[in-house]
Ligand binder design. Sequence first.
Ligand SMILES: Nc1ncnc2c1ncn2[C@@H]1O[C@H](COP(=O)(O)OP(=O)(O)OP(=O)(O)O)[C@@H](O)[C@H]1O
Ligand SMILES: [Zn+2]
Ligand SMILES: [Zn+2]
Length: 803
Amino acid sequence: MSFLIAEVIVDVSTYHVDRPFDYQVPLEWVNVIELGCRVKVPFGPRNVLGFIVGLKKETDVPLNKLKAITQILDMEPVLTEEMLLMAKWLKNNTICYEIDALQVMLPSALRAKYEKIIKLQQSQSLPEEVQYIFGKRQQANFKEFERAGLLPLLKQLVAESIVSIENVVKQQGNVKEIRMVQITEDQQLVEQALEQSKRAVKQRLLLQWMCQHLGEILSPQHICEETGVSISVLEAVIEKGAAQFIQEEVFRDPFTKKVSRTQALQLTEEQRGALQALTTAIEQQQAQTFLLHGVTGSGKTEVYLQAIQKVLDEGKEAIMLVPEISLTPQMTERFRSRFGEMVAVMHSGLSVGEKYDEWRKIQQGKVKVVVGARSAIFAPFTNIGLIILDEEHESTYKQEDSPRYHARDVAIWRSEFYKCPIILGSATPALESFARAKKGVYTLLSLTQRALHQALPTVFIADMREELRQGNRSMFSDSLAEAIRIRLEKKEQMVLFLNRRGYSSFVLCRDCGTVVQCPNCDISLTYHRTTEKLKCHYCGYEESVPKICPQCQSDHIRYFGTGTQKVEEELFKLFPEARVLRMDVDTTKHKGAHEEILDTFGAGHADILLGTQMIAKGLDFPNITLVGVLSADTSLHLPDYRAAERTFQLLTQVSGRAGRHDKPGEVIIQTYTPEHYAIELAKTQEYEPFYEREMFLRRRSSYPPYYFVALIQLSHEDVMMAAEYAGRVADWLRGNLSNQVAIIGPTTASIARLQNRYRYQCLIKYKIEPNLIPVLQRLLAMYRAEWIKQGILMTVDLDPSTI
Ligand SMILES: Nc1ncnc2c1ncn2[C@@H]1O[C@H](COP(=O)(O)OP(=O)(O)OP(=O)(O)O)[C@@H](O)[C@H]1O
Ligand SMILES: [Zn+2]
Ligand SMILES: [Zn+2]
């Protein structure tokens, strides 16, 4: 007897082995099932979601042990064979569970949602107090019992077999459908209906109209409006067979406004050179990675747009990644105005349903371009001609939970699969990218001039220590205050940037120096002015602002640091006439808020745009002539080897917002450490001198890009346990890796306690270590099989963005 056997990766990521399990395919599905379909399968006592990753005729599993697939969830596979291959690669290269790799490629709507259902077995024995929960139904949701506080009773009922609990697998999102009317194609059917309705005037009217619209699919509202009949008349006609109601799939529209079309611009000499190189690679189908290094305002985006046009002309598709896309509606607009309906967007600001719809447009070939954040790198295109990462140095391209992938690496993998080029674009490339370009691994394309040959803005460094010595205690240096005043007079616009990376307002006692800390995490609480509360940004803990110091009972306790609200108030005191728009997490909570703020600013209804990181990049407004950086150094002193690089990048990006069109721009950077090279070199906005300097330091202290690093983090509620297992990790690594590898640790993590768990880490630095992945996989297997039961949590990150 021959069976069809499916290899299934199940949605269980606590199991210690990570491999497919064999299931029997029920006979009636043998011709339906395909690789990449989702199924429900029994696993242990429950049903779980799984993905078909293989089909075969035989299995080693004894027949009496072989279980059958319970249900098929897709007629058409949701994962292509490319994706199945990519998942295997991700599993090995980021060391994750294969199921995590498969799930990350799908919109959350297609991931499983598990629900507990209570089924009625003996309705006659059901106690009165729960009867109302069931009503007339045979089943109820577990949550209803939970809400009613009836869990103890439920347990008893299960024990007595009066009810049973079942776990069901559901899909999270749905296809949205609307009711439409399809008019018959058959003229005779309409005539028959006319025969039957001799005396119904309105029905005859409608039927005669339908004769002119045979075969059309229209909304009921449209028909009623066109003909002036009511819905009941339409229903009567449908009853008589002249038309029928059908359900039609619709896509939710994430775009709130229409855009006008734009044409390709006449390229500058440098842009043309870059486009030429890209076109060659597109036409010759070369899996080549280009680093497009262009100063701010040099017109990188125009190069992307025209390169994508070439790809579309070849009948292929393009992926365009943008960091935190919901924050740059200007960018999506530029793509939609060039490619119109061919563009899908994917970012975290969309609802589950909208994301699902955008994904299906891509999968069904209804669009050819996707503009999206990190996860859009998995867009289900099947004929990719170009992949672009704009602002390629951004740390948001790295995912911080499993699978810990970098979009750049996935892009390179897909480009090899499709034999297509990649563009990594930035004014301030990541050090490792520029190093690769210098070595010839990537092809360097440079745009050294702004598109309209405007000068880069002039940068002035304001030494805040000096200001203090002169008696200026405000957060604005004299030069910045003066510059703002001039802009207000000239009716020009400004951007004020508050660097809040690794920095927040905290409450400090001036007598004893105590900083109020989270009771669960070793981190200071952040002061929130609107609610007068202190909050932990890691665990959500919240308390009221103390009136006296918890340590010494002094009442000299107050908050320190600068939030955007504080700056706004100060601005109001100094410049009461200034119209200020604030853009930060508080003012952008609701959907479309970014867009509204930027539109208001773009329309000239405000003088000052005040904000955090989210205004540093992408903005392109002609009237901005001043950029003020309120505190350059807050990101400089983080315990992170990339701190200087990040600061330089941020300062260059934000400076680049000034003077992009015909008016010259000025930048004022306020700092307490003007002599730091990241700040000094941001003054000239020249990338290469910074690169050389930083590379020298990285080599001296053996950091990337000279060395690779891998980070293992471990936590436990008990500090002794955490320390002990961290020690075991270090010993295991020392015993199994070659002596070419440096193992640093165990040490406590930079946040030593988080959510009441103590955290330790080991850092591995290496140049070449072929054994690394297998050794780490064995370590993980040990952890999954044994340590996890002891309450240890461990993560392995092969490309940590902070250490
Ligand atoms: N060839 C061109 N002719 C005329 N204007 C151009 C040309 N290329 C770009 N521009 C304009 O120059 C401005 C800056 O271009 P763009 O925003 O593409 O630069 P960018 O390099 O992506 O900038 P950034 O990295 O600072 O965001 C835009 O307003 C754009 O419309
Ligand atoms: Zn005190
Ligand atoms: Zn906390």
